[in-house]
Write a protein of this length. Structure first.
Length: 147
């Protein structure tokens, strides 16, 4: 009972669990969320893990980058030699990103760190340039560290 969030009896809960429909605890629960790699729970865990692994996201200095499409918000975040670039399509239409990644150094490659992966991997940064189509409301984050 409680969808995996609580083992308390129903009488002790502030609100009774939803029993019927698409949000009933038999259909939507912690066990099923853990098993589904595309679940909101797994996405949130990846987001938290990424935030912990890349302190630039919380502590770095950010700036906006021109992305080639007004619907795209592109941010560069820098901290102690580490860099993160995020691109977010804020529109409900496809947007094309043509972005020169910051920094002249190509000896430190950009790694794909978060986003909706396609066939197991995200878009690649080729010779310091990201040229990619973003689906509606799609996003991708890239990072690199100092040597």
């Amino acid at each position: 009972m409680g969808g995996g969030f609580s083992t308390a009896p129903c009488a002790a809960m502030q609100r009774p669990p939803v029993e019927d429909g698409p949000f009933g605890y038999e259909r939507l629960n912690m066990g099923r969320q853990r098993e589904d790699p595309a679940s909101f729970l797994n996405w949130m865990e990846r987001l938290i893990r990424t935030r912990r692994e890349w302190p630039e996201l919380g502590w770095g200095k950010w700036r906006m980058l021109p992305a080639g499409d007004d619907a795209v918000l592109a941010l560069a975040i820098d901290r102690q030699g580490g860099n993160v670039v995020s691109v977010h399509n804020l529109a409900s239409r496809q947007a094309n990103v043509q972005l020169k990644m910051p920094g002249a150094s190509y000896d430190r490659p950009w790694h794909y760190i978060l986003g909706p992966r396609r066939r197991g991997r995200g878009p690649q940064v080729d010779e310091g340039t990201l040229d990619n189509a973003l689906g509606p409301h799609e996003y991708h984050w890239f990072g690199r560290r100092s040597a």
